[in-house]
Structures are given as C-alpha cells and as structure tokens.
Design a protein. Structure first.
Lengths: 100, 125, 142
C-alpha cells in the first residue's frame, strides 16, 4: 500500500515538472538571455587573447583559471578526508559487557 | 502533434527531470545505505544534464574555432559544470568511506537495523 | 583473478589506453578533451590493472611515495606557473602578457601556459583516482 502511494506521488510530481518545462521561456537561438555580451566576447576575442582554438579550454584555464585552481584543491582535500577516516585500526582486546 | 513536437524539442530537459526523480525515488524507497548513496549521485547527474542543456543553439556547432562565420553554442554552462562533476564525485567517495566505517562498527548496512541498534545502546547505557 | 584470457588481454591493452590518454591531455587546447578527461583515462587503466592482478602487484607499480609526489606535484606546478606572472608585476595567472609564447593556432606548442596547466591537472586527476581506489579496497584482500 505504501509502495503504491509513493509511486503515484512520483508520477504526479513528474507531470507537474513537465508542465513547468512547458511554461518555461525556452529560446534555442542566439537571442536567448543567456547568450549575452560576455559569451560574445569569449567567442570573438578568445583566439586573439589566448591562442587556443578550443574555447572551453581557453575559458577554463585562462579567463577563469582561479576556479580551476579551487577545484584542484577540492580533489586534494577529498583524498585527505577519505584517508583520515579509513586509517587501519588496531584490534583491541576488549570484551563487551554482555560477554560476546 | 503539438505534444510530440514539445517532446522532441525539449527532450534534454525532460531527461534531466526524469533522472532527478529516479534518484529521489531510490533514496526514499530503499533502506540500504549504498543504494542511497548511488541515488544521490544519480540526482546530481540529472541536475548537470539540465544545466548543460540550457546552452544549446539551433544549428550550432561545437565551440572549436574553424574558419568562416558559423554559429557556436554557448560554452559557459559546460565550463561551470566541469567543476561540479568533480565535487559530486568527491562527495560520493567520502560517503562510501564513511559507510565502510559504519559496517565495521555496527555489522550491518541496513538503515532500520542501525537505528534499532543505536536505540538499544542508549537504552542500556 | 585466475583467468588467462583476461590477464593476457589486459597486458596487451594497457599501453594503448595510456597512450590515448596522454594524447588527449596534450591536445587539450586544439580538440575537445583536456586535463580531466585524459587524467580519468589513465587512472582507469591502472584501476583495471589493480582489479585483474591484485593489490600487492599494483602497489609495486604505484607506491605510496609516488602518490604523494604526484599529488602535491600537480598542485605545485599549477601555483608555480601562476606565480611567474607576479614577478612581472601583473595579476596572478596571466597568460600572454607574462612572457609565454603565443605561437600559431593549431600546433601543440601554442597558447602560452595552457598545455602546461593541462599536464598538471592530468597528473593530479590520475593520481587522485588511483589513490582513492587503493584506499577504499585496502582491507579486503582475498
């Protein structure tokens, strides 16, 4: 019974969100609001400023190189966190209070 | 025919929403810890797909500069998601390391049994 | 693993996977790819080696000392390239005005400091993937 209610709830949520996508102002042309003057500057001046033909690599390492440095630090700190949790533990000779 | 046109044109957005809801269903329904962590990862993947699909331009080519005057797609969402993918993988790895520790302490990875064991420990102490 | 077919095919395939990964890292500024994708491919090849041949043999190929060296080395390379621009009085991490060569677009030795940063990112991602796998699989040698 609980399973059927959960499945019905998720199907209703999916239909609601599809209706939200239907009402979104989607614009797949160059006049979209997210295609502003920053993107035009990256595309037109990218080759002259950096000399790289791959615009994604030029943005990632030259125009926004500081964010990539922060992400590299996140990779490093994830190793430190995982290694500090999984340190090999010594087998202690304690007996549980129920004698198990 | 309006429904089919809507479905084919915006299939990236619908795919992102579907992945997000599948991940949420996994987290809500199952009680195994590892399945829940994988569900969180799937939810993250759905959000990334939704975000990258914003930058599509009709009849555009990938943003590698060749000669001429073509129309390029928007490269900025792809760049922002590259950092997000790395953060998502890092969180999954840390959660799995904590799950190994939980198994060594409690002997099980079922969430209901762990709650019962924690309640019994507090009750007896 | 005791299977002869899997061991032989892994031994034959491993250099090609790593060569392709290095190719994708070095051509990061010409074609799609870059540091993250290439580093993930080289990391996958060593994870395959660990699964097929067992953990002690893989530890000999990628020891603890090598992991420390590569992990810190990638980050130090990135920061050192950025600090070069500070010597000339320019902001941190500038590309062309700090003296790196521009070159002609389309060759490998062009675009200033971008290939060097891609190599640093690739080494770091590869070392992170293999180290995390060895850490997670440590207690469970059968």
């Amino acid at each position: 019974m609980k399973r059927h209610i959960t499945n019905a709830f998720f199907i209703i949520l999916f239909i609601l969100l599809c209706y939200a996508v239907y009402e979104m102002p989607i614009d797949h042309t160059t006049d979209a609001p997210s295609y502003n003057e920053v993107v035009n500057h990256y595309i037109e001046q990218g080759l002259n400023d950096t000399g790289a033909t791959n615009i994604v690599a030029a943005i990632m390492t030259d125009y926004r190189g500081f964010d990539t440095l922060g992400e590299t630090i996140v990779l490093f700190s994830s190793i430190v966190a995982a290694a500090s949790v999984l340190r090999p533990s010594k087998k202690k000779e304690e007996v549980d209070e129920h004698g198990r | 025919m309006n429904f089919l046109t809507f479905l084919v044109e915006n299939i990236n957005y619908l795919g992102g929403i579907a992945l997000f809801l599948i991940g949420l269903h996994i987290v809500v329904t199952h009680s195994n810890l590892i399945k829940r962590i994988m569900g969180i990862n799937i939810m993250g993947t759905g959000v990334f797909l939704f975000f990258v699909a914003i930058g599509y331009v009709k009849d555009g080519i990938p943003p590698i500069i060749i000669g001429g005057e073509p129309i390029y797609i928007n490269p900025v969402p792809s760049v922002l998601i590259l950092t997000g993918i790395v953060v998502s993988v890092s969180i999954t790895v840390y959660s799995l390391a904590l799950t190994i520790r939980i198994y060594q302490t409690f002997g099980t990875i079922d969430q209901k049994e762990i709650s019962k064991l924690i309640q019994e420990e507090e009750y007896h102490d | 693993m005791e299977d002869k077919i899997v061991k032989t095919m892994t031994r034959m395939l491993l250099p090609f996977i790593q060569l392709y990964g290095i190719f994708i890292i070095l051509n990061g500024h010409i074609s799609p790819g870059g540091g993250f994708a290439g580093g993930a491919m080289i990391g996958t090849s060593l994870i395959l080696y660990t699964i097929v041949f067992g953990l002690p043999k893989a530890r000999k190929k990628f020891s603890h000392r090598a992991a420390e060296f590569m992990e810190s080395g990638g980050l130090i390379l990135y920061v050192a390239i950025g600090l070069i621009a500070l010597i000339f009085g320019l902001p941190f991490l500038t590309n062309i005005e700090a003296g790196f060569s521009l070159g002609e677009p389309g060759k490998i030795f062009s675009a200033g400091m971008i290939p060097i940063i891609m190599i640093g990112i690739g080494i770091k991602v590869f070392s992170t993937m293999v180290s995390l796998f060895h850490i997670l699989i440590e207690e469970e040698i059968s």
